[in-house]
Design a protein around this ligand. Structure first.
Ligand code: RTP
Ligand code: MG
Length: 140
């Protein structure tokens, strides 16, 4: 039997700015996962650097941090059996142009002229990532 997991979902600045927060939350709830906690925050650089530590040094790292600081984000603590993998499936693949229709990124994301990947949501990719990331965004 699989244990109930928790995962971190972020509605990124593009998702908040386009009024897609409710859409993302509705999809989480319709899937059958629980929203356990939720907050809107203006991300600080040190939080983003910690959150995206695995990407430090990559060509897109600085622009990613800048994008993620460009407006408020919504951090969501989500619970459910196998919800880490389940939310990644709801989100779709990283690149929104080719993300499958029916997924959040496939339905609402697209390419932008500046080449920046704006893909509406983040979801933790493993139990270890989930615990590490939840501690960053729900620190107090
Ligand atoms: P996330 O962590 O945000 O849920 O996305 P992901 O697992 O699907 O993708 P990941 O490889 O972890 O990349 C993190 C975020 O960095 C931006 N990115 N830009 N080549 C690029 O310009 C590029 N590659 C990644 C995206 O915002 C991606 O979601
Ligand atoms: Mg990732």
């Amino acid at each position: 039997m699989s244990a109930i997991e928790e995962t971190l979902v972020l509605v990124k600045p593009d998702g908040v700015q386009r009024n897609l927060t409710g859409e993302v939350l509705a999809r989480i709830e319709r899937k059958g996962y629980s929203i356990v906690d939720l907050r809107m925050v203006q991300a600080k650089r040190d939080q983003l650097a910690a959150h995206y530590a695995e990407h430090e040094g990559k060509p897109f790292f600085e622009s990613l941090i800048e994008f993620m600081s460009s407006g408020p984000i919504v951090a969501v603590r989500v619970a459910g059996t196998r919800c880490i993998e389940g939310f990644r499936s709801l989100a779709g693949t990283t690149e929104p142009t080719t993300a499958a229709p029916g997924t959040i990124r496939g339905d609402f994301g697209r390419a932008w002229e500046d080449g920046m990947v704006r893909n509406i949501v983040h979801g933790s990719d493993s139990p270890e990532s989930a615990q590490r990331e939840l501690a960053i965004w729900f620190a107090d």
